[in-house]
Design a protein around this ligand. Structure first.
Ligand code: FES
Length: 172
């Protein structure tokens, strides 16, 4: 290799190394970030009072909106302790009631103790974290996370676990 071609080679190698370092520095070659859970957000959810725990009747759901007026939810007292339940009897849970298949409104079936969709007959179990148990839907119901203030008996919605139907982010 002549002096001239060696110099050209070294100059070209240096430029390639610098370009590689710039790519790594920009995060281009770095390991991919871990995927976030559906509905996860870095924005703060509002803390909104829904009702008093003592005002809820067993198996009679109450509608509310969370985290905004376009998101339809229901809170229900099951009458016995359930996973994720809050309140004095750990039997109060809340869910988005827009079907995870195509967004149709769900209604509560007291006899079956489930939320049902009239559009394509999906069924969800509020006593098992909103689990999808039958039908066209493939996702569980988004769960509204609740807190119970024992001082004044107020139930607060504080976050959503799972992505509300039709959204790319739960917080618009
Ligand atoms: S919209 Fe509910 S099952 Fe299709």
């Amino acid at each position: 290799m002549t002096d001239l071609s060696r110099r050209k080679f070294l100059r070209a190698s240096g430029a390639a190394a610098a370009a590689g370092a710039a790519l790594v520095g920009s995060g281009f070659g770095a390991a991919a970030e871990a995927p976030r859970a559906p509905g996860a957000t870095t924005l703060p959810y509002p803390r909104e009072g829904i009702t008093k725990a003592g005002a809820l009747k067993v198996e009679i759901p109450q509608p509310f909106n969370y985290p905004d007026g376009q998101s339809f939810c229901q809170i229900i007292k099951t009458g016995h302790e359930v996973p994720g339940g809050v309140g004095p009897d750990r039997d109060i849970v809340a869910f988005s009631t827009q079907c995870t298949h195509n967004g149709c409104p769900l209604s509560y079936d007291k006899a079956a103790r489930t939320f049902k969709c009239g559009c394509h007959f999906s069924i969800f179990d509020p006593e098992m974290h909103g689990q999808m148990v039958d039908g066209q839907a493939t996702e569980n119901l988004p769960r509204i996370l609740l807190e119970h203030d024992t001082k004044d008996d107020t139930l607060y919605a504080v976050a959503v676990e799972g992505l509300i139907y039709g959204r790319q982010s739960n917080l618009l």
